[in-house]
Design a protein around this ligand. Structure first.
Ligand code: ADP
Length: 269
């Protein structure tokens, strides 16, 4: 069964839209210059991937993204022998490709991966910048343009995996969170084309729900959900329905919570 999802994208031709929230661009540039691995912490939908695309454009580097899950192993990253006709040939994995050719290797949701992944990347995260390919018995030095980036969702709720302190301390880290109201409004307008009145209402809805900690939602309203709602509204779907299907329903499967959220949001849009 094929589980892993890896995408290789060359540096974007045009700058992706990214609204800087803090000092992340400057910090990232210095990490790049100093060969330091970078960890993006924060819930889903807070602009981590978009930020990385933006940095890839700025630095003119390709990004290899590996969406990690509980079965992602060091073999998936480093490579394996495959049967081709009557021969067995070695095939580099995404990590080996990035180490050899340079570029940004993005391990999305690194804490989900199997522990041997962490072991494999250790020598790449310090001054050695080396990758040991045990199946070939070789050691390769990273290309000068190789950079390791990972994301991690600290998820204070149950169901999320932790990242060991010894791993966390190998990365320069920054937290990504929901932007403050004015910035989020601007992101919605730029991303979807909705007017400022609608954008303001969507941001208001998000902030109301984000404050409802008693609902015990595993994840709350992200900028991504608001962008989705904005796109539906902009394409002509009624506002209430857009918010229901893009914001309320994705948040919970509990009928009572969905109903409470629907009642609340319908008043606000
Ligand atoms: P993550 O990688 O954190 O899950 P994404 O980068 O995929 O989140 O962001 C989800 C969507 O939210 C993006 O596609 C974009 O439309 C929007 N978005 C969030 N934050 C920003 C930002 N700072 N600038 C521009 N767009 C953003």
């Amino acid at each position: 069964m094929e589980h892993k999802k890896t995408t290789i994208s060359s540096a974007p031709d045009t700058a992706p839209y990214y609204q800087e929230i803090g000092k992340e661009v400057e910090v990232f540039q210095h990490c790049w210059k100093n060969h330091l691995p970078f960890l993006l912490k924060g819930p889903t939908g807070t602009g981590k991937s978009r930020f990385l695309e933006y940095m890839a454009f700025t630095l003119q580097q390709p990004i290899i993204t590996v969406a990690c899950h509980e079965e992602t192993s060091s073999t998936d990253l480093i490579g394996r022998f495959i049967i081709k006709g009557t021969e067995t040939v070695w095939q580099d994995g995404p990590l080996t490709i990035a180490v050899k050719q340079g570029g940004i290797l993005y391990l999305d949701e690194i804490a989900e991966a199997r522990p041997d992944v962490i072991v494999a990347i250790h020598p790449l995260t310090d001054h050695r910048r080396e990758l040991f390919i045990d199946k070939l018995g070789t050691m390769i030095k990273a290309h000068r343009d190789f950079m390791l980036v990972a994301s991690f969702n600290p998820g204070y709720q149950r169901g999320f995996k932790e990242l060991k302190p010894s791993t966390r301390q190998r990365f320069v880290s920054m937290s990504f969170d929901y932007p403050e109201k004015e910035l989020e409004k601007m992101i919605l307008m730029k991303e979807t084309g909705i007017d400022s009145g609608v954008a303001k209402k969507l941001v208001n809805i998000a902030n109301k729900i984000r404050n409802l900690t008693e609902l015990g939602l595993t994840e709350t309203v992200s900028t991504r959900l608001l962008v989705d709602a904005g796109k539906l509204i902009q394409s002509g779907l009624p506002k209430r329905l857009s918010v229901e299907v893009a914001v309320v329903e994705p948040l919970s499967d509990d009928p009572e919570i969905v109903e409470a959220l629907r009642d609340l949001t319908q008043l606000l849009i």
